[in-house]
Ligand binder design. Sequence first.
Ligand SMILES: Cc1cc2nc3c(=O)[nH]c(=O)nc-3n(C[C@H](O)[C@H](O)[C@H](O)COP(=O)(O)O)c2cc1C
Length: 315
Amino acid sequence: MERNWQPFWNSLDRLLEEGEVIIDRPQGSPHACFPQVRYPFDCGYLALPLCESGEEMDVWKGNQAPPQVAAILLAVDEHNLALNRSLVLGLNEHALEAITDFYAQIGLTAVAIHRTPAELRLLTERRSVRRFLDRPVERSLIERVVELACWAPSAHNQQPWRFVVVSNAESKEKLAQALSEIFRRDLLAQGVPLEEIQARLERSRKRILTAPLAVLLCLCEEDIQPGSTERQRKGEHEMAIQSVALAGGQFLLAAHALGLATVWLCAPLFAPEAAQRALDLPSSWQAQALILVGYASQRPTPPPRKSLSEVMLYR
Ligand SMILES: Cc1cc2nc3c(=O)[nH]c(=O)nc-3n(C[C@H](O)[C@H](O)[C@H](O)COP(=O)(O)O)c2cc1C
């Protein structure tokens, strides 16, 4: 059985409450021995009442909620035969990487002991990635991702999702072209200047063509439960869309868990017939989204999330 580490982290939080965090190496300041290396975040130490000076624990501090201990970093200093321990407060996973890089630049090897277990970190570490390496995605891997996505819940267990994996250049070109035409028409109707239209079309085309895989996520209309009233039919249709979206979300997470990067593009939602024609799909397959899949060539900074107080109510 998985050991419960919560008491450990809770007592670490209490220890923190007993002490005072003193920041003596602010963000951006140079390292004392390696002045070309700058502190990526505020750094200091935790002064505890009964602790002798010099025995304090280092602290990396950010201003993100919650200000609890998010991780412990252990950095081995082979040169000085020392083990550097630090607490990480109010910083996310992305920041942890920057700190580990900082240690690497001053010749230390660091590992992080995370408070949040890896299974849950998947939820916060997944990012929309818009640049991919020029490296193909193995067929067995994408099949595994689709298999895992298909374990999503669905209304009446109808599993109304379909996945069209577009990998060959010719099909990608046809799809990109078809989506472009509708996009151009929409932008013209919105009165966007021609030059800007050209640039936006080129960008969206290039994104599809340079992604190793483009997966068209569809809703199979035949799998929608019929309803006897208009209200019921609408509800059933919406439940089918919700089910497909859940499979899409699960697809993104499964891909991330297996080391792949993805981004969800909404373009086909505005041109379902064009996508259907371009890929010669059954007429009941209605495109909902295009998910680009590949190996990441960038690690985007996490876009901020709304606070709990904005998105949550108790009644
Ligand atoms: C329904 C939906 C439509 C989206 N459409 C697009 C899109 O057309 N182009 C794009 O670059 N990203 C698109 N995204 C990705 C979002 O921009 C992204 O999820 C959001 O900025 C949060 O970033 P994160 O996924 O890295 O957490 C879409 C996401 C969803 C769920």
